[in-house]
Design a protein around this ligand. Structure first.
Ligand SMILES: O=C(O)COP(=O)(O)O
Ligand SMILES: [Mg+2]
Length: 220
């Protein structure tokens, strides 16, 4: 059976407001000021530690692997306590997941968000049961754009590489899909500094209602 492998932030869920609130709460508490929301959209996709690093770079504050640690712990705590204040699945996501599953697809999440945040977020949004496997940024020793988490998600979902498709919102997802050797559908409403039209995905959709046609087009 083939697997649809979904990215999480910016693909399945609109999480920007909660990510911005968390990032800025942590930075402010440390006396570093805040980052505007439209800038944060370009910083998401490689997990919370990289988000903090990019936020500090934007504010021109020097950081080291060591000075990031307490900020990262604060981030995990604050975000865990405020994980779905504004975060919701994008329009059409849930019915699309239900339809694909009814059609015999296996479904997986492959995100660079750490498992410790991914699992509670999916639970808070009642989305856990839609998936046959959930892979986070720390499930394997490497994260997207490496192939391993994508391949691991397919394997854990009980599917085959053949016929499987990745759905994501950024270059990280597109490169991970390429590395795994599967086609990729990009959503154009996610979080990426470079528009997906410039990243060469196999298909682009603007709404989850378009995913079935995109998937059909990749299978014929
Ligand atoms: O940066 C993150 O926290 C994770 O982002 P992703 O779900 O788009 O992989
Ligand atoms: Mg994403």
């Amino acid at each position: 059976m083939s697997v649809l492998v979904f990215d999480l932030d910016g693909t399945l869920v609109s999480s920007m407001e909660d990510l911005v609130a968390t990032l800025n709460a942590v930075l402010e508490k440390a006396g570093h000021g805040t980052v505007p929301q439209d800038k944060v959209a370009n910083m998401v996709g490689m997990g919370a530690k990289v988000l903090l690093q990019r936020g500090l770079d934007y504010l021109e504050i020097e950081w080291s692997d060591e000075t990031i640690i307490p900020l990262y712990e604060d981030f995990l705590d604050y975000y865990a306590a405020n994980i779905a204040v504004h975060t919701r699945p994008f329009d059409g996501v849930i019915p699309a997941l239900q339809r694909f599953r009814a059609d015999g697809w296996k479904l997986a999440v492959c995100t660079n968000k750490t498992e410790r945040l991914t699992l509670p977020l999916l639970a808070a949004l009642n989305m856990t049961d839609h998936f046959d496997a959930v892979v986070g940024g720390d499930t394997f020793s490497v994260s997207k754009p490496h192939a391993e988490p994508v391949l691991g998600a397919i394997q854990r979902a009980g599917g085959t590489l053949e016929g499987s498709i990745m759905i994501g919102d950024s270059v990280t997802d597109i490169n991970a899909a390429r590395a795994a050797g599967i086609p990729v559908v990009a959503v154009d409403f996610g979080y990426t500094p470079v528009p997906v039209t410039e990243l060469g995905p196999d298909r682009i959709i603007s709404h989850f209602d378009e995913l079935a046609d995109a998937v059909d087009g990749l299978r014929t």
